[in-house]
Design a protein around this ligand. Structure first.
Ligand SMILES: Cc1cc2nc3c(=O)[nH]c(=O)nc-3n(C[C@H](O)[C@H](O)[C@H](O)COP(=O)(O)OP(=O)(O)OC[C@H]3O[C@@H](n4cnc5c(N)ncnc54)[C@H](O)[C@@H]3O)c2cc1C
Length: 390
Protein backbone atom coordinates (compact mmCIF):
# COMPACT_ATOMS: atom_id res chain seq x y z
CA UNK A 1 0.00 0.00 0.00
CA UNK A 2 1.26 3.48 -0.85
CA UNK A 3 2.56 5.61 2.01
CA UNK A 4 1.92 9.33 2.16
CA UNK A 5 3.96 12.41 3.00
CA UNK A 6 3.54 16.21 2.95
CA UNK A 7 6.39 16.65 0.46
CA UNK A 8 8.69 14.19 -1.32
CA UNK A 9 12.22 15.42 -1.98
CA UNK A 10 14.15 13.38 -4.55
CA UNK A 11 17.86 13.52 -3.66
CA UNK A 12 19.79 13.55 -0.41
CA UNK A 13 22.51 16.00 -1.43
CA UNK A 14 23.11 19.29 0.34
CA UNK A 15 20.12 20.91 -1.40
CA UNK A 16 17.65 18.14 -0.62
CA UNK A 17 18.88 18.14 2.98
CA UNK A 18 18.71 21.92 3.32
CA UNK A 19 15.18 22.07 1.95
CA UNK A 20 14.11 19.20 4.23
CA UNK A 21 15.53 21.09 7.23
CA UNK A 22 13.82 24.38 6.42
CA UNK A 23 10.49 22.70 5.61
CA UNK A 24 10.63 20.74 8.86
CA UNK A 25 11.36 23.97 10.75
CA UNK A 26 8.05 25.24 9.34
CA UNK A 27 6.11 22.21 10.54
CA UNK A 28 6.05 20.41 7.17
CA UNK A 29 7.21 16.78 7.37
CA UNK A 30 9.07 15.94 4.15
CA UNK A 31 10.27 12.55 3.00
CA UNK A 32 13.70 12.47 1.34
CA UNK A 33 14.23 9.61 -1.11
CA UNK A 34 17.91 9.04 -1.88
CA UNK A 35 19.04 6.35 -4.29
CA UNK A 36 22.38 5.76 -2.52
CA UNK A 37 23.24 7.65 0.68
CA UNK A 38 23.39 11.25 1.90
CA UNK A 39 25.98 13.23 -0.12
CA UNK A 40 26.56 10.39 -2.59
CA UNK A 41 26.45 12.80 -5.56
CA UNK A 42 28.02 16.21 -6.27
CA UNK A 43 27.96 17.13 -2.58
CA UNK A 44 30.25 14.29 -1.58
CA UNK A 45 32.82 15.35 -4.19
CA UNK A 46 32.55 19.09 -3.67
CA UNK A 47 35.60 21.23 -2.92
CA UNK A 48 33.47 23.04 -0.35
CA UNK A 49 34.64 26.60 -1.02
CA UNK A 50 32.60 29.11 0.95
CA UNK A 51 33.39 32.47 -0.66
CA UNK A 52 31.02 35.31 -1.35
CA UNK A 53 32.37 36.83 -4.55
CA UNK A 54 29.73 36.47 -7.26
CA UNK A 55 29.09 38.71 -10.23
CA UNK A 56 25.30 38.16 -10.01
CA UNK A 57 23.61 40.02 -7.17
CA UNK A 58 21.01 37.36 -6.30
CA UNK A 59 23.74 34.74 -5.89
CA UNK A 60 25.74 37.15 -3.72
CA UNK A 61 22.61 37.65 -1.58
CA UNK A 62 22.09 33.88 -1.34
CA UNK A 63 25.67 33.25 -0.30
CA UNK A 64 25.65 36.09 2.23
CA UNK A 65 22.50 34.69 3.87
CA UNK A 66 24.02 31.20 3.70
CA UNK A 67 27.22 32.45 5.30
CA UNK A 68 25.27 33.33 8.44
CA UNK A 69 24.61 29.57 8.76
CA UNK A 70 28.18 28.47 8.04
CA UNK A 71 29.66 30.74 10.68
CA UNK A 72 26.93 30.03 13.30
CA UNK A 73 26.24 26.40 12.38
CA UNK A 74 25.80 24.90 15.79
CA UNK A 75 23.39 27.64 16.83
CA UNK A 76 21.35 27.71 13.60
CA UNK A 77 21.36 24.03 12.60
CA UNK A 78 23.12 22.03 15.30
CA UNK A 79 26.18 19.87 14.79
CA UNK A 80 29.18 20.75 12.65
CA UNK A 81 29.60 21.81 9.02
CA UNK A 82 33.40 21.83 9.26
CA UNK A 83 33.73 25.51 8.37
CA UNK A 84 37.33 26.74 8.38
CA UNK A 85 38.08 30.44 7.95
CA UNK A 86 41.11 30.93 5.69
CA UNK A 87 40.50 34.28 4.05
CA UNK A 88 39.73 34.35 0.33
CA UNK A 89 41.45 36.09 -2.59
CA UNK A 90 39.76 36.58 -5.98
CA UNK A 91 42.01 37.30 -8.94
CA UNK A 92 40.60 38.10 -12.41
CA UNK A 93 42.21 38.71 -15.78
CA UNK A 94 43.29 42.39 -16.26
CA UNK A 95 40.43 43.07 -18.70
CA UNK A 96 37.94 42.30 -15.91
CA UNK A 97 39.45 44.69 -13.35
CA UNK A 98 36.58 47.19 -13.74
CA UNK A 99 34.03 44.38 -13.30
CA UNK A 100 35.89 43.25 -10.16
CA UNK A 101 35.70 46.76 -8.71
CA UNK A 102 31.97 47.00 -9.52
CA UNK A 103 31.26 43.57 -8.06
CA UNK A 104 33.11 44.30 -4.83
CA UNK A 105 31.03 47.47 -4.50
CA UNK A 106 27.81 45.49 -5.14
CA UNK A 107 28.82 42.92 -2.51
CA UNK A 108 29.72 45.64 0.00
CA UNK A 109 26.25 47.17 -0.56
CA UNK A 110 24.74 43.81 0.45
CA UNK A 111 26.89 43.84 3.60
CA UNK A 112 29.46 41.24 2.58
CA UNK A 113 32.85 41.78 4.25
CA UNK A 114 35.01 42.23 1.13
CA UNK A 115 37.52 44.80 -0.04
CA UNK A 116 39.81 45.61 -2.93
CA UNK A 117 43.46 44.96 -2.23
CA UNK A 118 46.56 45.62 -4.33
CA UNK A 119 48.96 43.03 -5.68
CA UNK A 120 51.40 44.16 -2.97
CA UNK A 121 48.77 43.41 -0.30
CA UNK A 122 48.33 39.93 -1.78
CA UNK A 123 52.09 39.44 -1.64
CA UNK A 124 52.01 40.36 2.06
CA UNK A 125 49.21 37.83 2.67
CA UNK A 126 50.91 35.09 0.63
CA UNK A 127 54.59 35.89 -0.07
CA UNK A 128 55.06 32.69 -2.09
CA UNK A 129 52.63 33.91 -4.80
CA UNK A 130 53.62 35.45 -8.14
CA UNK A 131 51.70 38.75 -8.23
CA UNK A 132 53.06 40.55 -11.29
CA UNK A 133 50.13 39.85 -13.66
CA UNK A 134 47.36 41.73 -11.81
CA UNK A 135 47.02 45.12 -10.10
CA UNK A 136 44.10 44.54 -7.73
CA UNK A 137 42.23 41.60 -6.24
CA UNK A 138 39.19 41.15 -4.00
CA UNK A 139 39.81 39.94 -0.47
CA UNK A 140 37.27 38.40 1.92
CA UNK A 141 38.84 37.99 5.37
CA UNK A 142 35.91 35.92 6.72
CA UNK A 143 35.58 33.31 3.95
CA UNK A 144 37.04 29.82 3.73
CA UNK A 145 35.70 26.33 3.16
CA UNK A 146 33.43 23.77 4.82
CA UNK A 147 33.02 20.00 4.77
CA UNK A 148 30.21 19.24 2.27
CA UNK A 149 29.24 15.70 3.42
CA UNK A 150 29.26 16.86 7.07
CA UNK A 151 27.14 19.88 6.08
CA UNK A 152 24.56 17.73 4.27
CA UNK A 153 24.48 15.14 7.05
CA UNK A 154 24.11 17.79 9.71
CA UNK A 155 21.18 19.39 7.84
CA UNK A 156 19.56 15.98 7.34
CA UNK A 157 20.02 15.04 11.00
CA UNK A 158 18.47 18.36 12.07
CA UNK A 159 15.57 17.83 9.64
CA UNK A 160 14.95 14.35 11.07
CA UNK A 161 14.95 15.68 14.62
CA UNK A 162 12.12 17.98 13.45
CA UNK A 163 10.10 15.16 11.88
CA UNK A 164 11.47 14.72 8.36
CA UNK A 165 12.09 11.16 7.11
CA UNK A 166 14.99 9.85 5.03
CA UNK A 167 14.90 6.67 2.97
CA UNK A 168 18.34 5.80 1.61
CA UNK A 169 18.90 3.21 -1.11
CA UNK A 170 15.55 4.09 -2.71
CA UNK A 171 15.65 5.16 -6.35
CA UNK A 172 12.74 7.08 -7.86
CA UNK A 173 11.85 5.64 -11.26
CA UNK A 174 8.58 7.44 -11.97
CA UNK A 175 6.84 10.65 -10.94
CA UNK A 176 3.12 9.94 -10.74
CA UNK A 177 0.73 12.57 -12.10
CA UNK A 178 -2.85 12.83 -13.22
CA UNK A 179 -3.57 15.19 -16.11
CA UNK A 180 -2.50 18.31 -14.29
CA UNK A 181 -0.95 17.59 -10.91
CA UNK A 182 1.61 15.52 -9.09
CA UNK A 183 0.41 12.50 -7.09
CA UNK A 184 3.68 11.01 -5.82
CA UNK A 185 6.48 8.74 -7.02
CA UNK A 186 7.18 5.09 -7.79
CA UNK A 187 10.51 3.57 -6.79
CA UNK A 188 12.82 0.86 -8.15
CA UNK A 189 11.93 -1.49 -5.28
CA UNK A 190 8.28 -1.42 -6.37
CA UNK A 191 7.25 1.08 -3.67
CA UNK A 192 4.78 3.91 -4.17
CA UNK A 193 4.78 7.12 -2.16
CA UNK A 194 2.03 9.72 -2.40
CA UNK A 195 2.40 13.47 -1.79
CA UNK A 196 0.91 16.65 -3.25
CA UNK A 197 4.39 18.09 -3.75
CA UNK A 198 7.45 16.42 -5.32
CA UNK A 199 10.79 18.25 -5.45
CA UNK A 200 13.53 17.41 -7.93
CA UNK A 201 16.79 17.89 -6.00
CA UNK A 202 18.63 15.17 -7.90
CA UNK A 203 21.80 17.13 -8.77
CA UNK A 204 23.35 15.92 -12.04
CA UNK A 205 20.48 13.42 -12.42
CA UNK A 206 17.83 16.17 -12.14
CA UNK A 207 17.20 16.26 -15.89
CA UNK A 208 16.19 12.57 -15.76
CA UNK A 209 13.67 13.28 -13.00
CA UNK A 210 12.31 16.37 -14.79
CA UNK A 211 11.91 14.34 -17.99
CA UNK A 212 9.52 12.07 -16.04
CA UNK A 213 7.02 14.98 -16.07
CA UNK A 214 7.88 16.10 -19.58
CA UNK A 215 10.27 18.96 -18.72
CA UNK A 216 13.50 19.50 -20.64
CA UNK A 217 15.94 21.25 -18.31
CA UNK A 218 18.55 21.64 -21.10
CA UNK A 219 21.09 20.61 -18.48
CA UNK A 220 24.42 18.99 -19.24
CA UNK A 221 26.59 16.91 -16.91
CA UNK A 222 29.83 18.66 -15.92
CA UNK A 223 32.78 16.54 -14.80
CA UNK A 224 35.29 18.22 -12.53
CA UNK A 225 38.64 16.85 -11.36
CA UNK A 226 40.25 17.80 -8.08
CA UNK A 227 43.76 17.10 -6.80
CA UNK A 228 45.25 17.19 -3.31
CA UNK A 229 48.94 18.10 -3.09
CA UNK A 230 51.14 17.70 -0.04
CA UNK A 231 52.43 21.26 -0.04
CA UNK A 232 56.03 22.20 0.80
CA UNK A 233 56.57 23.17 4.43
CA UNK A 234 57.87 26.61 3.42
CA UNK A 235 54.28 27.67 2.62
CA UNK A 236 53.32 27.23 6.25
CA UNK A 237 50.49 25.60 8.15
CA UNK A 238 47.76 27.15 5.96
CA UNK A 239 47.18 29.58 3.09
CA UNK A 240 44.25 31.62 1.76
CA UNK A 241 41.56 30.09 -0.40
CA UNK A 242 42.02 31.55 -3.89
CA UNK A 243 40.02 31.68 -7.11
CA UNK A 244 42.43 32.73 -9.81
CA UNK A 245 40.83 33.32 -13.21
CA UNK A 246 44.17 34.47 -14.64
CA UNK A 247 45.61 30.99 -14.00
CA UNK A 248 42.20 29.32 -14.55
CA UNK A 249 42.24 27.52 -11.22
CA UNK A 250 41.21 27.62 -7.58
CA UNK A 251 42.96 26.34 -4.47
CA UNK A 252 42.26 25.94 -0.79
CA UNK A 253 44.14 24.43 2.11
CA UNK A 254 43.10 21.08 3.58
CA UNK A 255 43.99 19.56 6.93
CA UNK A 256 47.21 17.54 7.12
CA UNK A 257 49.34 19.98 5.13
CA UNK A 258 47.41 19.43 1.90
CA UNK A 259 46.31 21.88 -0.78
CA UNK A 260 43.28 21.20 -3.00
CA UNK A 261 43.57 22.30 -6.64
CA UNK A 262 40.70 22.53 -9.15
CA UNK A 263 40.83 23.88 -12.71
CA UNK A 264 38.32 26.14 -14.44
CA UNK A 265 39.25 24.69 -17.83
CA UNK A 266 39.19 21.22 -19.34
CA UNK A 267 36.12 20.00 -17.45
CA UNK A 268 34.45 17.48 -19.79
CA UNK A 269 30.75 17.92 -20.52
CA UNK A 270 28.16 15.25 -21.21
CA UNK A 271 29.58 12.27 -19.32
CA UNK A 272 27.27 9.91 -17.44
CA UNK A 273 27.02 11.07 -13.78
CA UNK A 274 27.08 7.40 -12.77
CA UNK A 275 30.63 7.06 -14.20
CA UNK A 276 33.72 6.39 -12.06
CA UNK A 277 34.37 9.29 -9.68
CA UNK A 278 37.28 7.75 -7.77
CA UNK A 279 39.89 8.71 -10.36
CA UNK A 280 40.67 12.02 -12.06
CA UNK A 281 40.71 12.05 -15.86
CA UNK A 282 44.05 11.13 -17.50
CA UNK A 283 46.37 14.13 -17.73
CA UNK A 284 44.57 16.16 -15.06
CA UNK A 285 47.30 16.03 -12.44
CA UNK A 286 50.01 17.25 -14.85
CA UNK A 287 47.81 20.13 -16.00
CA UNK A 288 46.87 21.12 -12.46
CA UNK A 289 50.52 21.05 -11.33
CA UNK A 290 51.38 23.29 -14.27
CA UNK A 291 48.66 25.84 -13.38
CA UNK A 292 49.44 26.03 -9.66
CA UNK A 293 53.21 26.26 -10.18
CA UNK A 294 52.74 29.29 -12.42
CA UNK A 295 51.12 31.10 -9.47
CA UNK A 296 53.05 29.44 -6.63
CA UNK A 297 56.38 28.19 -8.04
CA UNK A 298 57.47 26.56 -4.77
CA UNK A 299 54.63 24.05 -5.18
CA UNK A 300 57.06 22.23 -7.47
CA UNK A 301 58.50 20.84 -4.25
CA UNK A 302 55.09 19.38 -3.28
CA UNK A 303 53.96 15.82 -3.93
CA UNK A 304 50.72 14.27 -5.09
CA UNK A 305 48.42 12.98 -2.34
CA UNK A 306 45.30 11.98 -4.32
CA UNK A 307 42.93 13.03 -7.09
CA UNK A 308 39.28 12.34 -7.86
CA UNK A 309 36.46 13.61 -10.00
CA UNK A 310 32.84 14.61 -9.43
CA UNK A 311 29.75 15.49 -11.47
CA UNK A 312 27.23 18.31 -11.29
CA UNK A 313 24.38 19.49 -13.51
CA UNK A 314 25.22 22.58 -15.58
CA UNK A 315 22.26 24.72 -16.65
CA UNK A 316 22.30 26.83 -19.82
CA UNK A 317 23.37 29.97 -17.91
CA UNK A 318 25.30 28.13 -15.18
CA UNK A 319 22.77 29.19 -12.57
CA UNK A 320 20.31 27.30 -10.42
CA UNK A 321 16.83 26.32 -11.60
CA UNK A 322 14.40 26.84 -8.72
CA UNK A 323 10.67 26.86 -8.12
CA UNK A 324 7.49 25.26 -9.44
CA UNK A 325 7.42 23.96 -13.02
CA UNK A 326 5.34 21.56 -15.06
CA UNK A 327 2.41 19.82 -13.35
CA UNK A 328 0.98 21.40 -10.20
CA UNK A 329 3.01 20.34 -7.18
CA UNK A 330 6.27 19.67 -9.07
CA UNK A 331 9.22 21.82 -7.91
CA UNK A 332 12.80 22.15 -9.11
CA UNK A 333 15.88 22.70 -6.92
CA UNK A 334 18.70 21.83 -9.29
CA UNK A 335 21.06 23.10 -12.00
CA UNK A 336 23.58 24.20 -9.37
CA UNK A 337 26.29 24.26 -12.02
CA UNK A 338 29.44 23.55 -10.03
CA UNK A 339 28.89 26.31 -7.46
CA UNK A 340 25.84 25.23 -5.47
CA UNK A 341 27.31 24.05 -2.18
CA UNK A 342 27.86 27.41 -0.52
CA UNK A 343 24.35 28.72 -1.30
CA UNK A 344 22.48 25.65 -0.04
CA UNK A 345 21.43 26.97 3.41
CA UNK A 346 19.67 30.11 2.11
CA UNK A 347 18.38 28.41 -1.04
CA UNK A 348 16.60 25.79 1.08
CA UNK A 349 15.25 28.54 3.34
CA UNK A 350 13.97 30.66 0.44
CA UNK A 351 12.47 27.59 -1.27
CA UNK A 352 10.68 26.58 1.94
CA UNK A 353 9.28 30.11 2.31
CA UNK A 354 8.07 30.00 -1.29
CA UNK A 355 6.42 26.59 -0.83
CA UNK A 356 4.83 27.22 2.56
CA UNK A 357 4.20 30.98 2.65
CA UNK A 358 3.56 31.55 -1.06
CA UNK A 359 6.63 33.70 -1.73
CA UNK A 360 10.35 33.64 -0.88
CA UNK A 361 11.26 36.22 1.78
CA UNK A 362 14.93 35.81 2.64
CA UNK A 363 16.11 36.14 -0.96
CA UNK A 364 13.68 36.59 -3.84
CA UNK A 365 14.79 33.58 -5.87
CA UNK A 366 11.90 33.76 -8.35
CA UNK A 367 14.17 34.95 -11.22
CA UNK A 368 15.78 31.46 -11.08
CA UNK A 369 12.48 29.93 -12.27
CA UNK A 370 12.48 27.32 -15.03
CA UNK A 371 10.59 29.51 -17.57
CA UNK A 372 13.81 31.28 -18.59
CA UNK A 373 15.18 28.00 -19.99
CA UNK A 374 12.65 27.26 -22.76
CA UNK A 375 12.35 31.02 -23.35
CA UNK A 376 16.11 31.17 -24.01
CA UNK A 377 16.53 34.05 -21.55
CA UNK A 378 19.66 33.40 -19.51
CA UNK A 379 20.19 35.30 -16.26
CA UNK A 380 22.99 37.81 -16.77
CA UNK A 381 25.20 39.60 -14.30
CA UNK A 382 25.56 43.38 -14.61
CA UNK A 383 29.36 43.13 -14.56
CA UNK A 384 30.04 39.59 -15.77
CA UNK A 385 33.33 37.74 -15.96
CA UNK A 386 34.16 35.36 -18.78
CA UNK A 387 32.20 32.10 -18.72
CA UNK A 388 34.12 29.41 -16.95
CA UNK A 389 33.50 25.64 -17.07
CA UNK A 390 32.30 25.72 -20.70
C1 LIG B 1 34.20 18.24 -7.84
C2 LIG B 1 33.24 19.32 -7.44
C3 LIG B 1 33.70 20.44 -6.75
C4 LIG B 1 32.79 21.43 -6.35
N1 LIG B 1 33.24 22.48 -5.61
C5 LIG B 1 32.36 23.40 -5.14
C6 LIG B 1 32.80 24.42 -4.27
O1 LIG B 1 33.99 24.54 -3.95
N2 LIG B 1 31.87 25.30 -3.78
C7 LIG B 1 30.55 25.23 -4.14
O2 LIG B 1 29.77 26.07 -3.68
N3 LIG B 1 30.11 24.25 -4.97
C8 LIG B 1 30.98 23.34 -5.45
N4 LIG B 1 30.55 22.33 -6.26
C9 LIG B 1 29.13 22.28 -6.61
C10 LIG B 1 28.30 21.71 -5.49
O3 LIG B 1 28.99 20.68 -4.83
C11 LIG B 1 26.98 21.21 -6.04
O4 LIG B 1 26.36 22.25 -6.78
C12 LIG B 1 26.05 20.76 -4.93
O5 LIG B 1 26.68 19.85 -4.07
C13 LIG B 1 24.80 20.13 -5.56
O6 LIG B 1 24.05 19.57 -4.51
P1 LIG B 1 22.69 18.85 -4.86
O7 LIG B 1 22.06 18.47 -3.59
O8 LIG B 1 21.91 19.69 -5.82
O9 LIG B 1 23.13 17.55 -5.73
P2 LIG B 1 23.81 16.18 -5.28
O10 LIG B 1 24.76 16.35 -4.18
O11 LIG B 1 24.32 15.55 -6.55
O12 LIG B 1 22.60 15.35 -4.73
C14 LIG B 1 21.65 14.75 -5.57
C15 LIG B 1 21.30 13.40 -4.97
O13 LIG B 1 20.21 12.85 -5.71
C16 LIG B 1 20.34 11.45 -5.68
N5 LIG B 1 19.52 10.91 -6.76
C17 LIG B 1 19.72 11.07 -8.10
N6 LIG B 1 18.75 10.44 -8.81
C18 LIG B 1 17.90 9.89 -7.89
C19 LIG B 1 16.72 9.11 -8.00
N7 LIG B 1 16.20 8.76 -9.21
N8 LIG B 1 16.11 8.70 -6.88
C20 LIG B 1 16.62 9.03 -5.64
N9 LIG B 1 17.76 9.76 -5.49
C21 LIG B 1 18.39 10.19 -6.61
C22 LIG B 1 21.84 11.23 -5.86
O14 LIG B 1 22.25 9.97 -5.40
C23 LIG B 1 22.43 12.39 -5.06
O15 LIG B 1 22.81 12.00 -3.75
C24 LIG B 1 31.42 21.32 -6.69
C25 LIG B 1 30.96 20.21 -7.39
C26 LIG B 1 31.85 19.21 -7.75
C27 LIG B 1 31.33 18.01 -8.49
Amino acid sequence: MAQTSDVIIIGGGVHGASLAFHLAQRGVKPLVLEKKFVAAGATGRSSGLVRMHYDFRLEAELVWQSFQYFRNWDEMVGGDCGFVRTGFIRIVQPEYEEALRANVKMQQDIGIPTLLVTADDVKRLAPYMVTDDFAVAAYEPESGYADPPATAMSLMDAARRLGARLKSGVQVTEVLTDDSKVLGVRTADGGEWHAPIVVDAAGPWADRIAAMVGLDLQMVTWSHDVMFLRRPKSIGPSHPTIIDDAQEMYIRPERGGLTLVGLEVGNPLGEDPDSDADHAHPGYVDRAVDHICRRIPVMEEGSLHSAHTGYDGLSMDQRAILGPAGPEGFWLNCGHSGTGFKIAPATGLSMAEWMVDGAPQTVDIRPFAFDRIPAGQPLRAEHPYADIWR
